[in-house]
Design a protein around this ligand. Structure first.
Ligand code: RFL
Ligand code: PHB
Length: 394
């Protein structure tokens, strides 16, 4: 089989890239190792930056998001028993949209298939060959047979455990990373949210986050030890712990049936370069952030928006300038998001090794963000997403 752009992975990165290319008449094939059902059910991110929502809307993939997504103009930082609102609209002139990654993925799959696009599920890529030539290909297993997909370029949008990154020779690949001594226990509950806006809460017992999926469904997270298991937590223990961490005078948390419970590890990771010959990395394949800054899905979307424009330019005029600039331009945003995610994570979590001094520094930092317009503006512009021009390579 032959196509223009071979894409590995039907996560948000791979699907959005395929959709954006199709809008300009560029052919692609998406290979996905999992089933459609699996990909559409996987519980993950919930927050779309201003620019991510705009990209979806402009490309014709934002119809259901605009109908069902919740536009939020701020968040609450809760610490020392008190809440402080960060007003995104006033400080950064932008908002975010609460719309689950699973819904974005469902919308993009439906659009690709309706347009006659090739998205192959249960198709596991096992080798990428010829990336140093102008006719690379991807070998994959599908329906019990081994097949080969030939293309002009290969995009590895295959997540952290994919085969794209390890295809780059060790002598070329550089990585930088940080591990955290804690994880998140995430739950989905059939209960209306107890708040209109997300609450990021720092507490002596650990971090907690109140998010949501709709007017009827809440999504909540608790900091737990790195090696913890969801099976260690009964529903009653989860609600008790959430009650203690979110405690604020005159406020209470609504409880309800828990329908999903899982532990997410926390990691910061960046691989460079994001291009090797005709192989391009996008999304989690190249970088991971801890979820505290809500950046992972948005970085994946920003990578492929940039890459789509570069590929469109290349197919249109054979000009390689944008493609050549992709790794450096993408990495600027990646490192901005790394720093912001690290900042949010270390300000809000209880590190088991933290002493009294470290705890007081966290409170001082939070107090500054809550009281200073300059500090709050920095948080607001990073959380809602910086515009593309701030990362342009001259
Ligand atoms: P994905 O979504 O991991 O998709 C990669 C796809 O590639 C497939 N694949 C292969 N297919 C064929 N052959 C192979 N050899 C393959 N190897 C892998 C996989 O099956 C998969 O379908 O990567 P992508 O597209 O780069 O998207 C990244 C995002 O999924 C991720 O960054 C976010 O979910 C991170 N994240 C959040 N990001 C945000 O922007 N805002 C948030 O609020 C937010 N919250 C979160 C999060 C991630 C979480 N978890 C579970 C990690 C909350 C959580 C709990
Ligand atoms: C979510 O709703 O799943 C969510 C929201 C904000 C985050 C992380 C996850 O920072």
């Amino acid at each position: 089989m032959r196509t223009s752009v071979a894409i590995i992975g039907a996560g948000p990165a791979g699907l959005l890239l395929s959709h954006l290319l199709a809008g300009e008449g560029i052919e692609s094939v998406v290979l996905e190792s999992r089933s459609r059902e699996y990909v559409e059910q996987r519980q993950r991110a919930g927050i779309l930056e201003h620019g991510t929502a705009e990209t979806l809307r402009k490309s014709g993939a934002g119809e259901r998001m605009d109908r069902e997504g919740l536009v939020h103009e701020g968040i609450e930082l809760r610490f020392a028993g008190d809440g402080h609102r960060i007003d995104f609209a006033a400080l950064a002139g932008r908002s975010v949209t609460v719309y689950a990654q699973t819904e974005v993925v469902k919308d993009l799959i439906a659009l690709r298939l309706a347009a006659g696009g090739d998205v192959l599920f249960d198709a596991e890529a096992y080798e990428i060959v010829g990336v140093e030539t102008d006719s690379p290909s991807v070998r994959y297993r599908h329906g019990g047979a081994e097949q080969e997909l030939h293309a002009d370029v290969v995009v590895a949008a295959d997540g952290f455990h994919g085969i794209g990154r390890p295809t780059i020779p060790d002598s070329v690949l550089r990585t930088a990373s940080r591990e955290y001594p804690y994880a998140w226990l995430g739950i989905t509950a059939q209960v209306p949210p107890s708040t209109d806006e997300l609450i990021y809460c720092r507490h002596e017992r650990g971090f907690a986050l109140h998010s949501m999926r709709s007017a009827l469904v809440s999504r909540l997270y608790l900091q737990v030890p790195a090696d913890d298991d969801a099976a260690n937590w009964s529903d009653e223990q989860v609600w008790n712990e959430l009650d203690r961490r979110f405690e604020k005078r005159g406020w209470s948390l609504r409880h309800g049936p828990i329908t999903e419970k899982s532990v997410t590890p926390m990691r910061s990771f960046v691989a460079e370069p994001m291009r090797y010959g005709q192989l391009f990395l996008a999304g989690d394949a190249a970088h991971i952030v801890p979820p505290t800054g809500a950046k992972g899905l948005n970085l994946a979307a920003a990578d492929v928006t940039l890459l789509a424009d570069a590929l469109i330019e290349w197919y249109r005029s054979k000009d390689t300038a944008m493609l050549d600039a992709y790794p450096e331009t993408a990495l600027r945003r990646v490192w901005r998001a790394q720093q912001f995610s690290y900042f949010m994570t270390s300000m809000l979590h209880r590190d088991p090794a933290m002493d009294e001094y470290g705890a007081r520094l966290q409170i001082a930092e939070l107090d500054y963000v809550a009281r200073s317009t300059a500090a709050a503006t920095s948080l607001a512009e990073n959380y809602t997403g910086l515009p593309r021009k701030s990362f342009q390579v001259p």
